[in-house]
Design a protein around this ligand. Sequence first.
Ligand code: FAD
Length: 524
Amino acid sequence: MTATLDPATDAGLAGAAEAVAVTARCVDLAFPAVTGQGTEFAVAESAMDAVTVDALIRDARAAHGDVAVQQAQAARLLAATAAERAVSTLRQVGGETTEPAASAARLAVHPTPIHQVRSAIGAAVHAGRFQYDATTLPLPPELVSLRALVRRFVTEQLLPHEARLNEDGDLPVELWAELERRGRELDLNALGLPAEHGGMGLGLVGQLVAAEEMGRVAVGFRHVVGTPPGSLPLARHGTAAQHAAYLRPWLRGERWGAWATTEPEAGSDLAAIRTVAVRDGDGWRIDGAKHFITGLDRADFVITFAKTDPDRGLKGLTAFLVDLDAPGVEVGREQHMMGREGLHSFELRYDGLHVGDDARLGEPDEGFRLLIADVSRMRVLMAGHCLGVAARLIDIAADWGRGRVQFGRPIGEFEALQWYLADSAAELLACRSSAYRTAMAIDAGQRAQAESATVKAYGTELACRVADRAMQILGGTGYCTELPVEALYRAVRLWRIAEGSSEIQRMLVGRQLAAGWRPEVGVA
Ligand SMILES: Cc1cc2nc3c(=O)[nH]c(=O)nc-3n(C[C@H](O)[C@H](O)[C@H](O)COP(=O)(O)OP(=O)(O)OC[C@H]3O[C@@H](n4cnc5c(N)ncnc54)[C@H](O)[C@@H]3O)c2cc1C
């Protein structure tokens, strides 16, 4: 049977909205009955599903033509699946499931059986008719131009060096310097920094556009376009002297900064940081060890976090700017990681390091506030990167499926492979809707804590699933280093771990649920 596009967009959207409402109701019923972290995370996942698919439904309602039809199909597929999962979780915690289970079962076949929707999406992706590319988004003209600029920069300046980066593990320093110079020339190197600090002053939506486009090239190029990690707190909390000595030279490409929170005993749990800074004359003496610190091969200085009041946990942290050539600082061995071509992580030790009080960034014991101020933004931007990776991988997998013939047919005609494409494209659309809506909310001054945690977890997990499916579609060729699929597959795996792991994001959503937050579904 040939799958066709579902013509009943309105009915499909209504079904999707109802399934999201079932999911949200299950969250409401199940959360008070959770039995421990396992079921709490399962309920959190359903809340995350509801937020994500609801964003897509809202976008579909505002869209027109094929985009609206395809978004509605994607929403239908994801919402029906989410409702079934939410009912299963509710059942596990002993909740009454008769009514939601009946609704979920009906919505899986009405108005169209969900397997037909999946086949229709998969066939459309295979035929190149499904619009998962970000350029279909309605954006203000300046952001449409920004997207075009970054896409051109990626295509013309960065992609030509990607194979070499993946093959050699790095690029020559002169080439990095040249690429960075070209990025600076186009004002692409400090997108999120306020204009008074030499940045472009873009809101989160604008930065998300750039992050998404940067996802279309190897992760190692990430620092060429965007906002240097750590530069925002430096801009916000730094003194005029610190701006002159660190921030401005960093933006000019004359100095390079790194960011050091993680320690062997303190990863997700930053309250466990053991590096201490104690008053020493008119300055501070810092002792301790960090690890996994990226960029120390190039960095001149590091923004580091130390306990200044060890009894107060996170409330006893202070940030310092540390010059890496200062006596008492030792960059240790490189810690080799997978999927990190062009990026290198190291151990770092402070042994009797003396810094002046002018090295302190922000107020004493205010380090944690400084550290988390931009965390929601970082989460959304990481998801943005994942969106770009996912779109590129779907492009590659769909192309491959059209050309590779086995058993006398292009393998992309096999329905099972089309389902991989369908799931990938549908999840990508939903994640994009939720990422942009969350970015807009943050730009409008909302904290959007649960939503940004959702976007981070959903986006990073989506990228891993899409990479896995793409590799499956390419078979041995996907595993082979001649195409970028295997490198992307390795690279995206980090993002479920770093910058707040998937479990930490579920924990945050769980905390928000405990505090009374619920997914706001079905609001026009
Ligand atoms: C390639 C790479 C580059 C990095 N670059 C930097 C850098 O430049 N600067 C820097 O400061 N750090 C950096 N990091 C560190 C990174 O931020 C940490 O790896 C991350 O915070 C997780 O900490 P961890 O690795 O110690 O894992 P752990 O915290 O030990 O976590 C291990 C597992 O336990 C889970 N877990 C932890 N707590 C809970 C809980 N309460 N409930 C349920 N599950 C839990 C985690 O989700 C994870 O799955 C980098 C790491 C890598 C791998």
